[in-house]
Design a protein around this ligand. Structure first.
Ligand SMILES: *Cc1c(COP(=O)(O)O)cnc(C)c1O
Length: 381
């Protein structure tokens, strides 16, 4: 092999989407923020829409605009924008926006008035993580103002959304409190005359573990690309990162390796040079723990991972058949014995999400198309 490469397997995305669509009791929104969790937003979006997802979700309006520019016409919701975001463009491109405050509501209403369109909004309540969404104390006023906006014909409250802060641990009582707060928020919305058709709280973990949180729609991102934060359901990882060895050399016992001489060889051994480093998404903090697959066997990376390269200890006898140009698998689904993204996350003290969204832009990408699966009933994508 002649270059490092990130392979994205859309067949895995297709299978994960089908599983999640089956588990969700309502509609499935495919969350393709952060470039589809690093897997390619447009590819993941198209694959998910063809396999049971009915809507798309992103954080910023710019992400929604990219989907439209790629020719995707499916409903899109954007939920994290500053008050001075370009809501007129959202109106023009028929992108739904989340509204977490009165300030956002008035900005959205002004944009709707100026473009003579009715903007579809989802009122966003903070279900208990003090992050995005309206505080409970501000909720009733937001609902009343949104209802007035509907009566003026500026907006339509198409949805109410919340988000769970502890769903990766289904036993955490924080989940029940969040469900209760969301139910209260729906009741308040109803009492002000709003009739939101989409009511959504669950992301991947709760979609897999807690039907009480499903309401009319689940918003799933991580699960599409094979990450289950609840660790209850085997999903198919969709990324494989490989690189060719640049050099192989034999060194004596006691040879210092890499910056700071953080490692010294304990015996005569063969070292291989891997042309990937932290600029490509291998966390430097995994130095001294991480392994790779080379020639069918696992071998440790030794010394510090540097910006562009890392060193693998091939062992006292090397690995049969492994020389310059031999392929190294940094991570993949795990089926051939290669490390998984989950192992890299453990070695790095982080979660899989951070690994998959952190692959550097200079790594060439290869996309494997999804195999055609039987048509889904009721799916026209
Ligand atoms: C990222 C995100 C999701 C998707 O969460 P996953 O756990 O990746 O499925 C859903 N809703 C909101 C508000 C998000 O920010």
């Amino acid at each position: 092999m002649s270059t490092s490469e990130l392979t994205v397997d859309l067949d895995a995305v297709a299978r994960n989407t089908r599983l999640l669509a089956e588990r969700a009791t309502g509609e499935l929104m495919a969350v393709v923020k952060a470039d589809g969790f690093g897997h390619g937003a447009v590819d993941v979006a198209r694959t998910a829409l063809a396999n049971g997802a009915t809507r798309l979700g992103v954080t910023s309006l710019a992400e929604a605009v990219s989907l439209r520019e790629a020719g995707i016409a499916a409903p899109v919701l954007s939920w994290l924008n500053p008050v001075d975001a370009d809501f007129a463009t959202a109106a023009r491109l028929r992108v739904d926006v989340a509204v977490p405050s009165l300030e956002h509501l008035s900005a959205v209403s002004v944009a709707a008035g100026r473009t003579a369109t009715r903007l579809r909004v989802h009122l966003h309540v903070d279900a208990g993580m003090a992050r995005d969404g309206a505080e409970p104390s501000a909720w009733a006023a937001l609902c009343r103002a949104a209802r007035r906006g509907e009566q003026y014909g500026r907006i339509e409250v198409a949805g109410v959304m919340g988000h769970l802060g502890c769903a990766d641990d289904p036993a955490d009582p924080c989940n029940a409190r969040a469900r209760t707060r969301f139910a209260w928020a729906l009741e308040v919305a109803r009492s002000t005359g709003l009739r939101p058709r989409q009511r959504h709280l669950a992301a991947t973990a709760a979609t897999l573990t807690d039907p009480r949180s499903h309401h009319t729609m689940s918003r799933v991102g991580a699960g599409l690309v094979g990450i289950d934060p609840s660790r209850t359901t085997p999903l198919a990882p969709a990324m494989t990162l490989t690189a060719p060895l640049v050099q192989v050399r034999r060194v004596r016992a006691g040879t210092p390796v890499g910056y700071g001489h953080a490692h010294r060889t304990s015996r005569t051994t063969y070292l291989g040079l891997v042309p990937l480093g932290y600029a490509d998404g291998l966390p430097r903090v995994a130095s001294g723990r991480a392994e790779v697959l080379v020639g069918g066997v696992r071998r440790p990376l030794v010394g510090r991972i540097s910006m562009d390269q890392a060193v693998v200890d091939l062992g006292a006898d090397g690995v049969p058949g492994v020389g310059p140009g031999a392929p190294v698998t940094v991570f993949g689904p795990g089926g051939a014995g290669e490390p998984t993204v989950a192992e890299w996350a453990a070695w790095s003290g982080t979660i899989e999400h951070e690994l998959v969204t952190g692959i550097g832009a200079r790594v060439p990408r290869r996309v494997l198309a999804a195999r055609r699966l039987p048509e889904l009933a009721g799916c026209s994508a």
